[in-house]
Write a protein that binds this ligand. Structure first.
Ligand SMILES: C[S@@+](CC[C@H](N)C(=O)[O-])C[C@H]1O[C@@H](n2cnc3c(N)ncnc32)[C@H](O)[C@@H]1O
Length: 279
């Protein structure tokens, strides 16, 4: 495996952060410049500098050059709809077993935060199929996917999923739209039986409607959860949570389509707390 150089090169994507945590993510280009609220940074002053080093604007303010992660990119994604945040994205990827070579369907595309995360995770041998009934929103998702150079891994369909999915035997399927309970027959037709299905919903009454519909449509292993993320002030002598936190983003629901009547063999669903508690 070839090592990347330890200095910034033309074409590198760099994240510049100042003392107030203001961030810019940019691709370095010889001769270009970045206008900031704290002065101008010439890309040529960055090229050749060491990763992790301090760069100064013409007004004398400092930024530090960091390697942007997928997490950083997704928080800065251009968005025109509500997006799924990294806190949920990581759990969704694991629950849906989205890894190298997987085939995954999602709806709706929205601003493409989930599309980018899925396309990144399936690797060059995998594929993501993304549905949205609104062209304007799907265009935002498409542009965000292109920004990452991931477009060969994604097929976009501008289509209402009420009309069904084109694919059959998909390995996983995720819905981020307001009324997933209406589309479970379409989901069953597209997803291989036994494979993971998931959805995210902002309100509890939407979750109730989905859980009832999952029961009626032969889905088993139903799990409902929400993920709470609490940040801490990283001060060694006074380590404590930050004053504010994001209290709610959405509820996650996961389930598996099974053969007609087969869910009865599993008994009533219970939370997986027994499985995840420490021994
Ligand atoms: C909250 S956004 C999805 C955000 C996206 N997951 C992200 O992370 O950026 C919901 C999207 O679902 C689309 N949508 C709603 N109902 C739909 C349907 N029946 N068929 C296809 N798309 C639908 C909307 O047009 C909207 O773009």
């Amino acid at each position: 495996m070839s090592e990347s150089p330890s200095t910034l090169q033309p074409g590198d994507v760099v994240m510049l952060v100042d003392e107030r945590r203001k961030q810019f993510i940019l691709r370095l280009e010889s001769g270009a410049e970045l206008q900031t609220h704290r002065g101008v940074l010439h890309h040529d002053d960055l090229i050749g500098a060491a990763w992790g080093s301090r760069i100064t604007t013409h007004l004398g303010y400092s930024f530090v050059a960091l390697v942007p992660t997928l997490y950083d990119h997704l928080l800065h994604l251009r968005r025109q709809s509500q997006i799924i945040f990294p806190k949920e994205l990581g759990y969704i990827l694991l629950h849906l077993a989205v890894g190298e070579g997987a085939t995954v369907i999602e709806a709706g595309s929205g601003s493409g935060a989930l599309t980018v995360a899925l396309a990144w995770a399936v690797g060059p041998a995998g594929h993501v199929v993304s549905y949205d009934r609104r062209k304007d929103l799907q265009d935002v998702a498409r542009r965000n996917v292109e920004k990452f150079g991931l477009e060969p891994r994604v097929t976009f369909h501008e289509r209402d999923i009420a009309e069904g999915f084109v694919e059959r035997d998909a390995g996983a399927l995720f819905l981020d739209l307001p009324d997933p309970h209406l589309y479970l027959p379409q989901v069953r037709a597209a997803l291989r039986l036994g494979s993971p299905f998931g959805a995210i919903l902002p309100t509890a009454n939407q979750v109730s409607a989905l859980v009832a519909a999952l029961d009626q449509n032969d889905f088993a292993r139903i799990e409902v959860c929400e993920l709470l993320l609490r940040f801490y002030k990283p001060v060694p002598a006074r380590l404590r949570p930050t004053d504010r936190m994001v209290a709610h983003t959405g509820y996650l629901v996961f389930a598996r389509p099974v053969a007609e009547g087969a869910g009865a063999a599993l008994g009533p669903d219970k939370p997986p707390d027994d499985d995840i508690a420490p021994a």
